[in-house]
Design a protein around this ligand. Sequence first.
Ligand code: HEM
Length: 158
Amino acid sequence: MGRRRRAVLKAILGVLVVLIAAGGYYFYKARQSRPTEALRTGPLEKRVGGQEGIEELVHEFVGMLTKDERLRDRFTAIDRPGLEKRLSAFLCEQVGGGCKYEGKPMAEAHGELGITGEEFAAFMELFIVSMNNVELPQQEQNDLIDVMMALEGSVVKE
Ligand code: HEM
């Protein structure tokens, strides 16, 4: 093989190596971004950070409920850690997590309280603020809002 030919082959080989390396890099990057896509479509429980993510959100939320002047009177006398535990288990079960909620059904837990539509709206407003505070992405926020809104009829008595 002539010198020239070898040089040309070497150059081609060099280009191939660079192309393969670049291709590998882009493939690697594409794979790296895949979990985010999977999170968009995977089970809601995973997308909200599992049981831990739900507990963090509920803690933030119940803290807000106890401070809000429209709602705090409802929550001053309650056992806060107990409510946080039950609300977390409830939401975790609702989003398909492996938790078991053992409290009362929603209509039974709230029926006697005479909760108004306005209170429910304030409750949802704080829920959204809490989701923002724990930096839950928009899609997951929407999905959790759907879960909560579906329960309005069981919670509100009007
Ligand atoms: C979709 C909306 C709601 C959900 C998913 C929810 C969930 C829960 C859960 C799981 C419990 C525990 C029940 C038990 O201990 O057996 C609870 C209790 C309670 N909820 Fe709600 N709730 C909602 C809306 C509201 C609203 C709008 C209010 C008032 C403004 C409210 C006030 C209370 C109170 C005062 C308790 C009793 C706490 C206690 O005595 O331990 N809830 N709720």
